[in-house]
Design a protein around this ligand. Structure first.
Ligand code: F6R
Length: 249
């Protein structure tokens, strides 16, 4: 039955390992899978674990296509802080992806709306995203979709008050919701309020992550500290512990 699945694990390392297993399962089923790539600290353990699997020969990711969530505007792709560079260092190289199969919005485009439209077209051209990895901000943002972002938003230019540089291109919430599956990871107490709002709160643009409640295939993998504000912790743990084998990953 389609539902948001909440998996609570004792440590951040286990969050990374289990989430990596989910990605590896998708890639094993479909070696040319389109994987949506978040940057930031939350998914780093996933990428490290996948890289270890590639090194040990248990995973072949060479045909995987990667699609970034967002990119800064005005930053050269080769700048070490660009999301293109971060993805090259953390994903493309260690997992052995073909750099030509890794797509990042063009933060240097002179025509930004055209770059946004081109990015949407590129995702469509790949046949859509099979599984989108997400982190969540303490204020509930996903991608660079800050509070009050439209749930229908497509890839666009965003002026973020908290970020330096202050402008970015981001997949919109509508774009993110088109992915076949969503996998959100969070670790640490700083994320507890955002996780509770996203998972159990009302679906509201003040917490962009709450849109996941409308997705038929969303999995949320978090550690105990990020789960601290959830009301139904016992229920999620019980459901997880009693999952039939065919639902496990
Ligand atoms: C990154 C992104 C952001 C982060 C979020 C959490 O591509 O889109 O939404 O996922 O800011 O960041 P971390 O994981 O660094 O806590």
């Amino acid at each position: 039955m389609p539902a948001m699945e909440i998996i609570i694990l004792p440590t951040p390392a286990e969050v990374g390992r289990l989430a990596a297993r989910k990605i590896a399962q998708v890639v094993t089923r479909r070696p040319e899978a389109v994987v949506g790539l978040a940057t930031g600290s939350s998914p780093m353990a996933i990428y490290a674990e996948l890289a270890a699997q590639v090194r040990s020969g248990t995973l072949d990711a060479r045909r995987v296509r990667g699609v970034a969530l967002d990119e800064y505007v005005g930053i050269p792709a080769e700048h070490p802080e660009s999301y293109r560079s971060v993805i090259t260092r953390q994903v493309t190289e260690p997992l052995g992806l073909d750099p030509g199969n890794v797509f990042v919005p063009d933060g240097r485009a002179t025509d930004i709306p055209a770059a946004c439209a081109a990015y949407e077209a590129a995702i469509r051209g790949l046949g859509g995203v099979d599984i989108q990895i997400l982190g969540i901000g303490a204020n509930g943002h996903i991608g660079f979709n800050e509070p009050t972002s439209s749930f229908a938003s497509r890839t666009r230019f965003f002026d973020s008050p908290e970020q330096v540089p202050t402008h970015c291109l981001t997949q919109g919430l509508g774009t993110i919701m088109d992915a076949h599956e969503l996998l959100l990871v969070a670790q640490g107490e700083a994320k507890a309020a955002a996780i509770a709002a996203a998972v159990e709160g009302p679906v509201t643009s003040i917490c962009p992550g709450s849109i996941l409640q409308f997705h038929p295939e969303a999995t949320v993998v978090i550690d105990e500290t990020a789960a601290a504000d959830l009301q139904l912790v016992d229920y999620y743990k019980h459901t997880c512990a009693n999952k039939p084998d065919w639902q496990r990953f």
